[in-house]
Design a protein around this ligand. Structure first.
Ligand code: APR
Length: 244
């Protein structure tokens, strides 16, 4: 794989690098992206119609079951070489910040120390009424498990369309973005804000924008470097080309 020597030199010199990942970063771990066709029973639904507070209010069991299946798939999956390349970059760059929109926990599983999980995590569950996190719930329950405190329906502690992002996590992501010299956008369609606007914020502050995606996105015309392909192949190759 050939990389522009200018990019290699930027990366060798950079002390502040930020990477934002999306569902494409987990695709090679066998997890479906939001734009992929969903499997089996779920093929009749658009994930964008399931990941909303309105969908949960309409049919909590349907939404709970979709997340239960995604949780099971995430538990069975393994980080791929792209996740591991990001772990290595964390140890090679003085200040490396990893921001993810993924809720599958694979960055942590690979060994990333403190991924900023903008959209929460499938392994956390909270009450849809009182907001309290639940330490335990019956995964095999026939109905949506109730909150032990107030009896409300439990729901995944993830951010749905139309909901606000966890303020502290977003704040840390914005701060890292603003000071980054190189900003990676990896496996994200770049359609969902505010995560999508991070790359543009980095660019405004003079960061070099590197995009890795299976296909062009709305960000591509503004990226300094675009690599079309799989992040599980491109990231390890780039890691080796820069740091040996
Ligand atoms: N390597 C790199 N990119 C890939 C790969 C791969 N192996 N496979 C797919 N892609 C790209 C696709 O081309 C697409 O642009 O990953 C992107 C996945 O896009 P989405 O499914 O839209 O995922 P994401 O950008 O993470 O979605 C953002 O939307 O529904 C919400 O909260 C949800 O976090 C999610 C957010």
């Amino acid at each position: 794989m050939h990389f522009d020597p200018i990019l290699l030199s930027y990366l060798r010199q950079a002390t502040r690098v930020t990477a934002l990942t999306g569902a494409g970063a987990s695709q090679e771990s066998g997890l479906r992206t939001f734009r992929d066709e969903q499997g089996g029973f779920w093929a009749q639904y658009d994930p964008r119609d399931l990941a909303t507070p309105e969908a949960f209010a309409r049919n909590p069991k349907l939404v709970w079951d979709w997340y239960a299946e995604r949780r099971a798939a995430a538990r069975l999956s393994q980080p791929n070489p792209g996740h591991f390349a990001l772990v290595e970059m964390e140890s090679l760059v003085q200040t490396f910040t990893l921001i993810t929109q993924n809720v599958d926990g694979l960055h942590r599983a690979a060994g990333s120390r403190n991924p900023l999980e903008l959209h929460g995590n499938l392994e956390r569950v909270k009450c849809s009424q009182c907001g309290e996190q639940a330490a335990d719930w019956d995964e095999s329950s026939e109905s949506v498990p109730p909150c032990p405190l107030c009896g409300g329906f439990l729901r995944p502690d993830v951010v749905w369309f139309g909901e606000s992002l966890p303020a502290e996590v977003l704040d840390a992501a914005v701060k890292a973005t603003r000071v980054s010299q190189v900003f990676f956008s990896i496996g994200t369609s770049g359609l969902v804000h505010p995560a999508a606007s991070l790359a543009l914020a980095a660019r405004e502050r003079g960061a070099v924008i590197v995009e890795i995606n299976a296909e062009p996105t709305p960000l591509t015309p503004r990226a300094d470097f675009f690599f079309a392909g799989r992040s599980g192949e491109i990231l390890p190759a780039l890691r080796r080309a820069v740091w040996g």
